[in-house]
Design a binder for this molecule. Structure first.
Ligand code: GTQ
Length: 346
């Protein structure tokens, strides 16, 4: 049984002052908050960011703040559970909507946090990562892992917007977050996306497989969507038509901290996700999805983004009876597994 513990108010003022003087704090008034019964009490709140509402504000940032004054022109998707000015969507996940206008260039830098980009709209932009120029098209996933140089350019004629997902809150909390500026990268001809294009086949010259930590940096939406369609057609009874973004050389997660999946909801499909410890981010690539996250219900349109705390029931429903819906998922699973914190309560 969980007993009620003493509070700070139970303690005489002179005792509290003497503790403060010695940089000491009693545990018991905070013990239940630190170790709540049965499950965590997350600050992360179920939250919905509507693309239609944020898009004009992002475009206005384009008019108000030149790229030279922003470096990265981003509106952060701030989870209100961490305060109005929060720089995080969950304990470990940061989300930002980034705008690049035609002709603009976001200069090369590298940093300790890992990032991915999920392209939301526009064509003609590219991210150069570690010398590989990755074109950005709707639904493409581009990795910019820890320590790799990256810069963004745009040769098209319409605004380009993408969703940034970073493990920045965690890395910042660990006091390990910093960046280094660099010169414009020299683009190399190699492309992991081409050399690792076929599942089950990886380059192995003279019997040696490469040791690049991140052999693939761009996962084109065309290929991901085709894989989902094939899975759905192949296995009509499959409950969840879902693929993981993995490192093809290891079969492990594409990145060390956060995990990435794409989910297809068949026409009219309803799907309950398992109750798991990590927080989850959902971004609609195609279609319309009703999402019930805990006690909140959100009607997600194309390009909308939502966040679910860990240990929270998530129910999804494809609003269309005739077309599939496609959802990009980001979560904290690799981190929870590495730390031995992962739970799946079904
Ligand atoms: O594009 O490099 O949303 O460094 C936050 C930090 C994007 C980026 C963000 C970054 C970037």
């Amino acid at each position: 049984m969980t007993t009620t513990l003493g509070t700070l108010d139970d303690l005489p003022a002179d005792y509290r002052a003497a503790l403060a003087e010695q940089h000491l704090v009693p545990l018991w008034p905070s013990l239940r908050a630190l170790l709540p019964p049965e499950k965590p009490q997350p600050r992360t709140r179920p939250t919905h960011w509507c693309y239609e509402a944020l898009r004009p504000l992002l475009l206005r940032a384009g008019a108000l703040t030149p790229i030279e004054k922003a470096e990265r022109r981003v509106l952060v998707l701030a989870n209100p559970g961490f305060g109005a000015d929060s720089m995080q969507a969950s304990a470990a996940m940061y989300l930002g909507m980034q705008l690049l206008l035609p002709g603009e260039w976001a200069p090369s830098h590298r940093h300790t946090p890992n990032a991915v980009r999920m392209v939301v709209e526009g064509e003609g932009a590219y991210t150069t990562v570690d010398g590989q120029q990755c074109p950005m098209k709707r639904g493409d996933l581009i990795l910019t892992p820890t320590g790799l140089w990256h810069e963004h350019g745009h040769d098209g004629d319409q605004p380009v917007v993408w969703l940034d997902v970073l493990d920045l809150p965690l890395v910042h909390y660990l006091e390990a977050s910093y960046h280094v500026d660099g010169p414009r990268q020299v683009v190399s001809p190699g492309h992991g996306e081409r050399t690792h294009a076929h599942g089950g086949i990886v380059p192995a010259p003279l019997f040696e497989r490469g040791d690049a930590a991140f052999p693939v940096l761009r996962y084109p939406w065309e290929a991901t969507r085709a894989a989902l369609e094939a899975l759905a057609a192949d296995q009509p009874g499959l409950a969840a038509v879902q693929v993981a973004y993995v490192n093809p050389a290891t079969g492990g997660d594409a990145q060390a901290m956060l995990g990435y999946h794409a989910l297809m909801l068949r026409p009219g499909q309803r799907l309950q996700l398992p109750l798991r410890s990590p927080a989850l981010v959902l971004h609609v690539i195609e279609g319309g999805v009703d999402a019930q996250i805990g006690d909140s219900t959100f009607s997600l349109a194309e390009a909308d983004t939502a966040c679910a705390p860990g240990f929270t029931a998530v129910r999804l429903a494809n609003r269309s009876a005739s077309a599939p819906a496609f959802v990009f998922l980001a979560d904290e699973t690799p981190l929870h597994k590495k730390l031995g914190l992962f739970e799946n309560r079904g």
